[in-house]
Ligand binder design. Sequence first.
Ligand code: F6P
Length: 560
Amino acid sequence: MTAAVPVDPTTTTAWASLTELKKGLNPDLRGWFADDPQRAQRMSFTAGDLFVDLSKNLVTDDILAALVRLGDQVDLPARRDAMFAGERINVTENRSVLHTALRLPKSAELEVDGQNVVEDVHATLEKVYDFARTVRSGEWKGVTGKRIETIVNIGIGGSDLGPVMVYEALQPYVQEGLSARFVSNIDPTDIAEKTRGLDPETTLFIVASKTFTTLETLTNARLAKAWLLDSLKSAGAIDGSDSQAADAVAKHFVAVSTALDKVAEFGIDTANAFGFWDWVGGRYSVDSAIGTSLAVVLGPENFADFLGGFHAIDEHFRSEPLASNVPALMGLLNVWNVNFLDARTHAVLPYSQYLHRFPAYLQQLTMESNGKGVRWDGTQVTCSTGEVFWGEPGTNGQHAFYQLIHQGTQLVPCDFIAFANPAHPLKDGAADVHELFLANFFAQTAALAFGKTADQVRAEGTDEAIVPARVFTGNRPTTSIMSASLTPSVVGQLIALYEHITFVQGIVWGIDSFDQWGVELGKQLAKAVTPAVGGDEHALEQVDASTQGLIRFYRQHRTA
Ligand code: F6P
């Protein structure tokens, strides 16, 4: 058990230097680029297949060097090594943090509590892959002997956001004749819409829940079971006897969980369940058996490539000196933006429609990890933490909220992500549409960095009264991430990159980035308030006046 006391970053000499550097800072990306032809090259780095240009951030070489010193002074390298070694750095839950073990090659060894976890990981992977192969080949049959065509993953948070994001990202890799749907919300609309039009005979549900206690997931799983049995019965496919119902559940339900006893209680045969371990956090679990839906639709080989991508970035993060370590530099830059430039949000803007769920995925990863005001030793944090992550794919975002990023009063650091090769190389007449698309990506980062001066606006003949409205200050920080193509490996690399960026920020702030106590109170209150919602007057009187008013409104207006 290691609960090394967090270093207060604000007491380090590096923080003092950064404070001084901020005081003297007069951001001037135009001037910095003009005076320093090597800036872009010097501040661009490679990690795995990712090319990462940090040069359009509001930093000088001195600031970057001080950020690297900050990383050293808060013991980032030692904390990183502790994570990779399986030490119990998730202090408030007394757990190791070993999502990196999920992507170690079979030949690796990592002992935790006397057990080589790599063996366990690969044994589970083989089980998931065998299952995936039987579904893909049609060997796995539904209760009426038909092959499976639709996988419905039922899960929420980390048991949903990763699988759905990657499914969307890797559409071109999905096997023909197979598709997936994802049910997460306890809003009954979700399961109703996601089962609409489905053929129960060719549908397989994967109930994915680390704890197998999550209200939303278990409720949706029960609804799915009822839907399956009812629709099979009304189609005359089963007669409604207990044995036929059990057979149908066995052939149409599998589970993923760390709690196999609870899976059995739910009525799913543990032979059809895939396990993982308490050292995998929910939001770090898409590369565990939680990704079973992906292994089925993408296939074991693509899933293995996906894991290989994660591992490439793990190796980079584990071994590269901080000064050229991309996740470390990006995490430290986020600290600079939050703590010295007062950024409160951070936009992630993929120039890839397939990555349209990536910002939503990152919201859980970053905000459930670092949205905390207490450090891992129980003391208060000593500076701002946890910026709000958000975003939409380009170019849709350009026509919606980029106005604020270009000309608003808030500083919004942005990560732009783009790929050299399109999945669909279409032409509009002579125009290569992917090039039109990428031109927007290149143009936006340049416009944000360099802006447009009043003189440039005047030179266009603009009426003097309108000049101020048409000036772009520039000096809006961006990071650009490029890769050749959006492959399974590259998706894994992107996820691992942001996992480690999140870790770096957590270490600087002294946060346990792997617990999530902040989601508990609302869950407890929802349970307590449920009887009041159902009409229990005594329970209603126990709640505050505002909530009583809302519940009474609900009770008066509920007609359906
Ligand atoms: O409520 C938050 C949370 O615990 C997340 O951290 C987790 O990803 C999600 O709920 C789902 O949990 P489970 O996989 O145990 O159903």
